[in-house]
Design a protein around this ligand. Sequence first.
Ligand code: GDP
Ligand code: MG
Length: 444
Amino acid sequence: MFDKLSDRLGGVFDRLRGRGALNEADVREAMREVRVALLEADVALPVVREFVDKATEKAVGQSVLKSVTPGQQVVKIVNDALVEMLGAEQSDLNLAVAPPAIIMMVGLQGSGKTTTTAKIAKMLKAKQGKKVLMASLDVNRPAAQEQLATLGTQTEVATLPIVQGQQPVDIAKRAMQAAKLQGFDVLLLDTAGRLHVDQQLMDEMQAVAKVSAPQEILLVVDSLTGQDAVNVAKNFGERVDLTGIVLTRMDGDARGGAALSMRAITGKPIKFAGVGEKLDALEAFNPERVAGRILGMGDVVGLVERAAEIVDKDEADKLAAKMAKGQFDMDDLRTQFRQMTKMGGLGALAGMMPGMKKAKAAMDASGMNDKLLIHMDAIIGSMTPKERAKPELLNAKRKIRIAKGSGMTVQDVNKLIKMHQEMATAMKRIRKMGGLKGLAAMFG
Ligand code: GDP
Ligand code: MG
């Protein structure tokens, strides 16, 4: 149900074909669909509004690419705006201070703070050779401190010995002292969460931040957080100086809308993504991947980029004009074959477009493959210009000559002729869409 943004946009934009630029009214209409996609991906409403305004501004006035549908083009524009907003820059942890560098983890209960603490500790130890100490300041949940100790044993990272009855601020002070005395490079402070933002939690968190003055305060957020993301981001962001965000459970089926909400509301970079319960399931945040996920698209973006690059605009214009007259000859078919080959072949096309998967299966079943594209190209090459323009001239004698000339069989020649006929018929039916989309529709 999700991966239909380009289809939806296709309808909006069909009538836009042949015009020079994306105009405001059409873009606004398309953005209504983008808005739905963002809300389905759980992006918070105020963020959706802000984003749509920005993307609209970018899209209006862009000249229409002939080789992709305007819908696909808008998806690309929206995608680029998403990537930009999610933060194209890679941001590492800031540990460049006199040791110990202190990293404080904050967030709601169950968001994944304790797990992420252990993951970051493990990563710093393994990849940067850091000497790391972890301390749990969670005195609310029974066994929370033991949970971190267990993770410490699993990752072979030191944890602060547990002293019963101590309050979070005192544990933080003890941890800092231990880290300093024992020469740790990094101290990770895992704090307590609540089910919802509340005053006591915020006060406690502020007090800990004040005594420990961390280099990094990372807000840990479950990627399934929906509209509540606004409250979480605002409340935490207003009370402490967040330096970054960690999104957990990106291995689940969340569409990643929380990433956009968090980023937009706090203005802080998303530094990591949690992608599983295992302690090495932590990745650097990848804005491109998350943007694709939010829009629910295959790599339409890559397709549009390649199409814009490769497909000759004049050629596309010529073909569009011919199709408008209901003509589609062998030369046109060859042009289509070549464009498909240039774009990486049928498999690449199928991989890039969600709707092409079914089409690819149908092509496989009918023996259509990349080698065949080349063979068909060779057969067309053995035809005279007259034959190419008027395929109905192809009688038995001509077919034998062409088969010989191209090193193929008469059967192959017949196959091509049949393909051309089917395509010409399909092209007539769908000529207002044209180009690649026409091909996809024919094979689908
Ligand atoms: P805390 O209350 O914020 O400290 O949350 P925990 O670290 O105790 O995590 C709560 C649950 O979420 C645990 O069962 C974790 O294994 C799980 N969890 C944390 N991060 C991830 C993640 O990235 N992916 C998945 N699938 N589970 C996670
Ligand atoms: Mg915890």
